[in-house]
Ligand binder design. Structure first.
Ligand SMILES: [Zn+2]
Length: 125
């Protein structure tokens, strides 16, 4: 396991595999000011940007972000769209089309939103 501070948004970045990752197949997740990244993705700038965007969302509303994320699908969709867009910006611009397709599939498949990969790609653009 390794840890380092990210200064904006202020976050503790923890590189480790957790039970949450093992149970749900996630490569990363955010909890309050911590961004947890699976060791296999420690060098993935997009995943880090995605989780740090969620940390920034938490800092904007630390008392309500987690509850709203869990209970309000429209809020969760908006939060994920922001995080996926931050992830896209972290990847090389010349591979943007590839990453839009890749991330759109993930957004349409793993988050319980009622949308197709094409609709997800449209939302990401
Ligand atoms: Zn996310």
């Amino acid at each position: 396991m390794s840890r380092r501070l990210n200064w904006w948004p202020l976050a503790l970045v923890v590189i480790e595999e957790t039970d949450v990752m093992r149970e749900h197949g996630h490569a990363g997740y955010q909890r309050r000011w911590c961004a947890h990244i699976h060791p296999d993705f420690a060098d993935d700038p997009g995943l880090l940007a995605h989780e740090l965007e969620h940390v920034a969302q938490w800092w904007r509303a630390p008392l309500s972000h987690g509850r709203r994320y869990r209970k309000n699908e429209a809020y969760r969709f908006h939060a994920e769209l922001e995080a996926f867009r931050a992830q896209l910006r972290a990847y090389p611009a010349e591979r943007r089309d590839y990453y839009v397709g890749h991330l759109a599939k993930r957004l349409a498949t793993y988050y319980g939103f009622d949308l197709t990969p094409d609709e997800a790609a449209e939302a990401l653009r």
